[in-house]
Ligand binder design. Structure first.
Ligand code: MCF
Ligand code: FE
Length: 404
């Protein structure tokens, strides 16, 4: 048994002073240090540095490790030029992205306090690294392919990748999962089959959805800037599905939809009614010129995620949270900071069905210790100071083991 003490503990009911947490691989007890040392006299006591806050480990729900080699290859600023640049540079970027590079990004994520991440995998290349990294990885096997002619082959490859990720379940912290790339890139027939796979195995399910205005126009009327893209690369002039049909495909299984920047109020209400949620990627949306997700009016639960280095400059969760504070500049800053911290802890865990993300008895002992540069003068501002002053965590624990 271990006991960890910090000036503040971030619990589902707010920041608490004068408490400590007893843990093995699970959180066993929460009480005063005195109370815990009496109950567990043999426990090792871990005293964190002064001005520290004990958080549950942070969760980055959506990242593409395979694109970690991108620095200046992909075109930022607007969606269609970005998509063109993905097609142009994809092979060389994936080729340049070796295990060492991906492991380095996992380590950097961990130093920023991320103990769980959702890896969107198009080829399965990062499976080995996701097995090796100490973090819990929700391994989202991505299905992509809009051409009916190749659909069966692509679906077969997807099934194989799902199986490979399932075979790692016992020996690592990998949780197999399914990702549908997007409505514009997946044929409705295989889409429904993949949704059924997730449903059958009770796997987390995610999909990019209504990221850009260009996507919206293409899905609504097979027009707009994506028209030239589909003609050029896929020799097609018609969308394979529409917004309504795509949403209905997920009616019976709660799904984590990434972006949703261009969804209407009506569409968001529909998704909310079906029990879905949103992954909000503020920097990715800004860099690809997609707009701002109005989180102040969002009728459904959301997480905050970095997306990949294909549309970002780092996978550091604190960089992302600071960007969110700047992007949502009309929201009251303290309230927003609290909402953002919930989005990367308890809300993310609830949405992905994980037994972590909260400092509560019987949850997995995943912790991130954040140390403020001086004694905080007011408890009401702890969430904001945490986001503004932290680049790296001072300690990180996963299932009770110390990794940072
Ligand atoms: O989330 C961002 C932007 N939206 C869509 N896709 C991706 C993102 N970052 C990487 N991708 C990948 C996606 O997984 O781009 C590839 C897919 O494999 C090709 S999209 C034609
Ligand atoms: Fe993405």
């Amino acid at each position: 048994m271990n006991i960890i003490v910090a000036d503040y503990i971030y619990t589902p009911t707010g920041f608490k002073k004068n408490l400590a947490v007893a843990f093995t691989d699970l959180i066993q007890d929460i009480d005063s240090l005195d109370g815990l040392t009496k109950k567990y006299p043999d426990a090792k006591v871990i005293q964190t540095e002064p001005n520290s806050i004990l958080y549950p480990g942070f969760i980055n729900t959506h990242v593409h490790l395979e694109f970690s080699a991108n620095k200046t290859s992909l075109a930022y600023g607007s969606f269609k030029p970005w998509l063109d640049s993905v097609i142009e540079h994809r092979d060389e970027l994936i080729g340049a992205c070796n295990n060492e590079m991906m492991l380095d990004e996992c380590t950097k994520m961990m130093r920023s306090g991320i103990t769980t991440f959702g890896a969107i995998s198009s080829f399965g290349n990062e499976l080995e690294i996701c097995e090796k990294t100490p973090q819990r990885v929700v391994f989202f096997n991505e299905l992509i392919g809009s051409n009916a002619m190749y659909a069966d082959m692509l679906y077969g490859d997807f099934q194989e990748r799902v199986r490979a990720s399932q075979s790692c379940e016992e020996s690592s912290r990998i949780i197999p999962a399914v990702a549908i790339h997007s409505p514009y890139s997946v044929h409705p027939i295989i889409l429904q089959k993949a949704v059924n796979v997730a449903k059958k195995h009770n796997m987390p399910l995610s999909a990019h959805f209504l990221e850009s205005q260009a996507e919206r126009e293409w899905l609504e009327s097979s027009s707009g800037t994506l028209k030239a893209f589909f003609l050029k690369y896929f020799n097609s002039s018609q969308t394979v599905t529409n917004i309504e049909e795509f949403m209905h495909a997920f009616d019976t299984y709660p799904t984590h939809f990434t972006h949703c920047v261009q969804a209407t109020e009506e569409e968001l209400n529909y998704l909310a009614q079906k029990g879905h949620s949103v992954a909000h990627c503020p920097r990715s949306n800004r860099y690809l010129g997609c707009g701002r997700l109005a989180i102040e009016d969002l009728p459904l639960p959301f997480t905050v995620a970095t997306d990949g280095l294909s549309s970002n400059d780092s996978l550091n969760i604190f960089d992302e949270l600071r960007a969110a504070i700047m992007l949502h500049n009309d929201m009251p800053i303290q309230e927003l900071s609290e909402k953002l911290l919930r989005a990367v802890t308890g809300d993310a865990a609830d949405i992905l069905g994980l037994n972590c993300g909260k400092i509560e008895v019987d949850k997995l002992a995943d912790f991130t210790v954040v140390t403020l540069p001086e004694e905080p003068k007011r408890t009401e501002e702890l969430a904001l100071w945490t986001i503004l002053h932290t680049k790296e965590a001072s300690e990180v624990y996963i299932e009770g083991e110390k990794y940072v």
